[in-house]
Structures are given as C-alpha cells and as structure tokens.
Design a protein around this ligand. Structure first.
Ligand SMILES: Nc1ncnc2c1ncn2[C@@H]1O[C@H](COP(=O)(O)OP(=O)(O)O)[C@@H](O)[C@H]1O
Ligand SMILES: [Mg+2]
Length: 232
C-alpha cells in the first residue's frame, strides 16, 4: 500500500471539518491511502487514539454520490435539507445497516463512529494492507464461502434487511474468511424491495456457478428459509 499522506484540501470544506472533528475526538489520526476510491467514496486507513486500526469511508459530496442514493432517502431529505444533508443521511443509513448486520453476526467490519458523511469502522486486513476483494483474491474454500454467504443473506433477510449490492467486489477475503462490506445500497426487506433480495441471490449464485460450484440453492428455497414465500 502506498502510505502517502493525504492533504485535506482535496476534500471539500465540510468534509475537512468533519475529518478534523473525528481527529480531535481521537477516533482517527492521519489518513493514509486512499486504500479504495470510487465515484461515490474514498476509503482511507488510519489509527485511533488507542491504536485501533480503522478504515475511514468518506462519501463524496458530488453528483455521482447523489445519483446512487436510494430514492426513499432522497425523498425523505427533500423538505428538510439540501444536497449535503441527503449525503449525510445516506451515510447514516449505511452505518445503521452495517451495525445491524454486524450485530446479527454477519462477518463485517465493526462499526465505530458515524459523523456527517464519514464512517469509521474496523480495518479488515493485516499490517496496514487491506484484504483483497474476492474478485481479486480467489484463494478461498468455495463450499465454505457459499454456505457462509447464503447464511448471511438468510440471517439478514430474517431480520428484514437486504445488503443490496452483494458481489465479489464487496466481499473481502480476510485470511480465508468472507467479510461483507459496503452497505451503501442496503434496504429494508418489504414487498417493494424483494427484487433487490432476488438480485443479490442471483449475483451470488451466478458467481459461484462461474467458479464451478454445483450445490447452489434455488432462490425459492432461500426465500422459504427467510420465511417470505407467502407473506410478500
Ligand atoms: N473496513 C474496511 N477494511 C479494509 N478495506 C476496506 C474497508 N472498507 C472498504 N475497504 C476498501 O475500500 C474499497 C471501497 O469500499 P466500499 O465500501 O466498497 O466503497 P464503494 O461504495 O465506493 O464501493 C473496498 O473495495 C476495499 O478495498
Ligand atoms: Mg463497493
């Protein structure tokens, strides 16, 4: 990993202020990286005051991020705030879904702090090097991974939650174990959102089919295990 220091003027003023606040409160120190960049976010490596290794995800205050915000969050923020408020709301939703999944026992980074457009969570990796997404590091036990990931989908589903963007890009290979990240597209399971659950299951089944795995679970069986075949 390149450990270049990042100068905060690359961020907008509000983000720099939020970073300063988290640094002042001891949740993070210098940001190193970025270890991940996208149109919607930057992810950095840092350490907290007690040397806890953390990942710091900053949602960008830009139009690309805005486009990705689920419609229900855009609508919710409409009356009470502008662009930034909605990005911050979206960040809070992601944090809440990550917290929920983590509390359910889904392998995922432990959430630490959410402030404005920033999420601080446990760093998944070793010696400052983030674990690679499964799309890049295929050294895993395919059967164990399939069973675990479908188990996570079912556990979340039984608790009315859908990850919403499950793919080998958002599952890190952490020492041979699957770690689910990126709850930015997560949703509450309902009659209106069942298609997103369906898409997550298809993504996982298609991925494991491409790896040659033969014991795939039918979508209907998974729905049944979640307990939604009649109610939704
Ligand atoms: N908790 C974490 N520990 C280590 N690396 C992380 C963590 N969270 C994110 N990353 C890295 O940052 C990248 C982007 O994070 P992600 O949450 O998927 O953002 P995006 O919404 O932009 O896709 C990931 O692919 C991963 O490399
Ligand atoms: Mg992602």
């Amino acid at each position: 990993m390149s450990k270049s220091k990042v100068f905060l003027h690359v961020f907008d003023e509000e983000t720099s202020r939020a970073v300063n606040k988290l640094q002042g409160d001891g949740y993070i120190s210098t940001l190193l990286g970025p270890i991940g960049t996208g149109k919607e976010s930057y992810v950095f490596y840092s350490e907290s005051f007690n040397n806890r290794k953390v990942a710091v995800k900053l949602h960008r205050h830009n139009i690309y991020s805005f486009k990705k915000i689920p419609a229900y969050i855009k609508l919710r923020g409409k009356k009470s705030g502008g662009f930034m408020k909605r990005i911050n709301d979206w960040t809070r939703f992601e944090y809440n879904f990550l917290s929920k999944a983590h509390n359910l026992g889904v392998n995922s980074p432990e959430p630490i702090r959410c402030y404005e457009n920033i999420i601080v969570m446990d760093f998944v990796g070793k010696d400052g090097i983030p674990s690679k997404p499964a799309i890049k590091d295929k050294s895993f036990d395919v059967e164990m991974w399939y069973t675990s990931i479908i188990g996570f989908i079912i556990k979340m589903g039984r608790n009315d939650m859908i990850h919403g963007d499950l793919s080998p890009y958002n599952i890190l290979n952490n020492g041979g174990n699957p770690y689910i990240i990126d709850f930015s597209q997560s949703l509450k399971l309902s009659i209106f959102t069942k298609d997103f659950l369906s898409r997550d299951i298809d993504n996982i089944n298609n991925w494991f089919r491409s790896l040659g795995y033969k014991e795939l679970k039918e979508k209907e069986v998974i729905f049944k295990e979640i307990g939604i075949e009649n109610e939704i």
